[in-house]
Write a new protein. Structure first.
Length: 523
């Protein structure tokens, strides 16, 4: 399969499923059944192809792999190429996108009963846009996918969401669109500066320091909203609360990662001087996000809002690691994004399980569920502990590497980031205790049923991956490390004030502090 256009297949195969669903005819029940079956079959095939990408990926090189290039638009001297490729940074985001799409289709199997055909079409289109973002190597192609992802998510929130779904959908759309317009201006400026819209050309182009600052700010306006960073995070709780459960899974699992991916793909390697100049700003905003939104999460009475605010705090941890510009911290930020993609997706699904049964997310309406739902209590406990960074879970690996790398840059920032560890434990243990433990006092809780086989099927792969990443993180760090080290070296060389020790020093430091995870060191 090495000669197949794998990236194009993984990206656009969901649209073939959209075509078949669109052609489905018959009674509503038959159309709904066909839509579910086609969506599941298509997403499973796409996930299988993404696994092939992982198997055939060469972790020894930072170069882009599975590259595809063709002329797309040519008007006069203006040329846009269809240019696709992935490296160690984008590989796992593609895998995460395809996995979560499969799980969203399965988890929506019986929950969505209205306009099922349109619902499945929206998720398959969303999958194409998400995968395209992580594969695109042309600025304008990237922008098409980057903006295109807003449309199906806007529809998912606005049609299948809660009572305030229209307001939340428009707020989500307008916030993200405004920032993206500024990034488009930065892309146009890069095109006129380099004479090309190719991302690989821009990565090797030395932009003047003054221009770097303006371009960095243009991209920052877009990526900060996507992360989301404080104070442009206010769209996220509303979108999460009103979105259907599967929509919240994709929103937290993938769309929040677009900002972090943008920083490491564009801002850091293309504008190293500007990144170093604005690092204090990013550190300050990240520290506020970690501390402030953790306290806000602790004050919530809505389960979904609590998990939503916890996502802002975790992503503040990620941005702090990215801009620490040490190999350990950036690798930790990558692992933390992947971990958060799995854990937050699972936590929103945990909330969705009880909401489907009782149709309320009010924490005070629950209590004592361990008596009626022991399997649910076990699954909830596992993902809650992963969220707070318990050793042996994926959350610990990312947080530890971020703290290790940030400590070498700023002790103060490391201390502020570390507050997330006990603040996260406070609000997650508060949520778990109120929902799971205690005595059942309401009659409707006595009729609650435990996890169905379909719900267990959704949680199983997420739990396996969270434990796998926590016990043996080298299998994930190895493909990531080469690309991250290359970017960190580029930034340090451009600034001529390297914050990172030599490679051998890094290995010695890591061997000292992180002797082994599952028998493998984490250099």
């Amino acid at each position: 399969m090495s000669h197949w256009p794998l990236l194009s297949l993984v990206t656009f195969l969901p649209l073939v499923g959209v075509l078949f669903i669109g052609l489905s005819r018959g009674e509503d029940a038959i159309v709904a059944r066909n839509a579910r079956n086609i969506a599941l079959s298509t997403s499973l095939i796409v996930f299988a192809l993404s696994i092939v990408l992982w198997v055939q990926f060469d972790p020894s090189t930072p170069a882009f792999q599975f590259v595809e290039r063709a002329r797309w638009v040519s008007i006069g001297g203006f040329t846009i190429n269809y240019h696709m490729g992935i490296d160690g940074i984008s590989l796992f985001f593609v895998l995460l996108s395809t996995l979560l799409t499969v799980l969203c289709v399965v988890s929506s199997w019986t929950v969505i009963q209205v306009q099922v055909k349109e619902y499945m079409i929206s998720f398959l289109v969303l999958e194409t846009m998400m995968v395209g973002i992580f594969c695109a190597l042309d600025f304008f192609l990237f922008y098409v996918f980057f903006e295109g992802v807003l449309i199906p998510m806007f529809v998912i929130i606005g049609v299948w969401g809660g009572p305030r779904r229209v307001y939340s959908a428009f707020k989500f759309f307008l916030y993200t669109l405004l920032g993206s317009v500024l990034s488009l201006l930065a892309i146009i400026a890069i095109y006129f500066q380099t004479g090309s819209s190719d991302i690989e050309v821009a990565l090797t182009h030395g932009f003047p320091p003054d221009l770097q600052k303006w371009l960095w700010l243009g991209f920052f306006a877009s990526f900060a909203v996507k992360v989301p960073m404080w104070p442009v995070h206010t769209w996220l709780p509303d979108a999460h609360v009103e979105a259907p459960t599967a929509g919240s899974v994709i929103l937290a699992g993938i769309l929040l990662k677009l900002g972090g991916y943008g920083f490491i793909r564009f801002s850091l390697p293309m504008f190293p001087a500007a990144s170093a100049y604005f690092t204090p700003l990013v550190f300050a905003l990240s520290a506020i996000a970690v501390i402030y939104t953790s306290f806000v999460a602790l004050a919530q009475t809505d389960m979904k809002k609590l998990v939503a605010y916890s996502s802002v705090a975790h992503m503040g941890f990620v941005t702090m690691g990215l801009f620490a510009l040490t190999s350990e911290a950036v690798q930790g930020a990558m692992i933390q994004m992947l971990s958060h993609g799995l854990v937050s997706a699972a936590l929103f699904r945990v909330v969705g399980v009880v909401y489907d049964r009782l149709h309320t997310r009010d924490i005070d309406r629950y209590g004592g569920l361990v008596e009626r739902m022991p399997a649910y209590a076990f699954v909830f406990m596992c993902f809650m502990l992963a969220s707070v960074g318990l050793p042996g879970t994926s959350g610990f690996v990312g947080e530890f590497l971020i703290l290790l790398g940030t400590f070498r840059v700023s002790t103060l920032e490391c201390f502020l980031a570390a507050t997330a560890l006990f603040l996260g434990a406070m609000y997650m243990l508060y949520l778990y205790r109120r929902v799971i433990f205690g005595t059942i006092t309401r009659e409707d809780l006595r009729g609650m049923t435990d996890l169905s086989w379909r719900e267990k099927l959704v949680f199983a792969p997420l739990l396996i991956l969270v434990l796998w990443m926590g016990v043996y993180p080298s299998s994930f760090l190895t493909p990531i490390r080469t690309s991250v080290d290359h970017i960190v070296a580029q930034v340090n060389a451009a600034n001529k004030t390297p914050r990172q020790a030599s490679r051998s020093d890094n290995e010695l430091a890591t061997d000292k502090w992180v002797p082994a995870f599952g028998g493998a060191t984490v250099q």
